[in-house]
Write a protein that binds this ligand. Structure first.
Ligand SMILES: Nc1ncnc2c1ncn2[C@@H]1O[C@H](COP(=O)(O)OP(=O)(O)OP(=O)(O)O)[C@@H](O)[C@H]1O
Ligand SMILES: O=C(O)[C@H](O)[C@@H](O)[C@H](O)[C@H](O)CO
Length: 177
């Protein structure tokens, strides 16, 4: 781990589809009041159409999407504003792109039992079909020890996860870091 970063914090809620990124990110946003970008809203139509049809995205499909999320973060970083985004960020190289958004990038990886995640995917109404879960798991590279971030378990109640994230970062509700 390198020296403490300078500049605002940028929280990236990452993990496979259905792992709880959006749910936990919203819980943290409601406590901190920081601007949140939902990664799914940055996908080009063609990516969403592919996923809807049950076709896994390729690296080539993902680069432009990741760059647009990094650009969104960088715009706020120069203004000194902390941010929250949700993005699967499955590979380390994808996270390298997101880190360009700001030195204060910190990943929160939702990682847990795949059967529980599959059940939750089956129970929700979403463009991402549960059939893509295996390809998400095949692509996933967990956080490496030198990457700033933490793991959270989506089996834990959302409020508890949000509290753990704030505690790990030394934040109190309403903090404008
Ligand atoms: N900690 C939790 N406890 C109970 N249910 C949860 C928890 N986290 C998420 N869920 C539920 O699991 C489902 C998937 O969560 P969510 O949509 O947040 O995942 P996601 O990672 O953002 O998915 P995607 O990337 O596909 O949009 C939702 O129905 C959500 O309500
Ligand atoms: O990298 C990917 O394969 C995609 O980003 C997916 O993870 C979806 O965006 C999302 O998880 C579905 O909502």
């Amino acid at each position: 781990m390198t020296a403490d970063p300078v500049g605002p914090l940028h929280l990236v809620f990452m993990g496979i589809s259905g792992s709880g990124k959006s749910t936990v990110a919203e819980a943290v946003r409601s406590r901190l009041g920081w601007e949140l970008a939902e990664g799914d809203d940055f996908h080009p139509e063609a990516n969403v159409a592919k996923m809807r049809e049950g076709i896994a995205l390729t690296d080539a499909d993902r680069w432009g999407w990741l760059e647009s999320l990094a650009a969104w973060t960088a715009e706020r970083d120069v203004r000194g504003e902390p941010t929250i985004i949700t993005c699967s960020a499955l590979r380390r190289t994808y996270r390298d792109v997101l880190r360009r958004g700001g030195e204060g990038t910190f990943f929160v990886h939702s990682t847990g039992d795949k059967h529980m995640i599959l059940e939750r995917m089956n129970a929700r109404d979403h463009f991402m079909p549960p059939s893509l879960l295996e390809s998400q798991l095949d692509t996933l590279e967990p956080l490496h020890p030198d990457e700033r971030g933490m793991d959270v378990d989506p089996a834990v109640p959302v409020d508890r996860i949000a509290a753990l994230v704030l505690a790990r970062l030394g934040l109190e509700p309403g903090d404008a870091h």
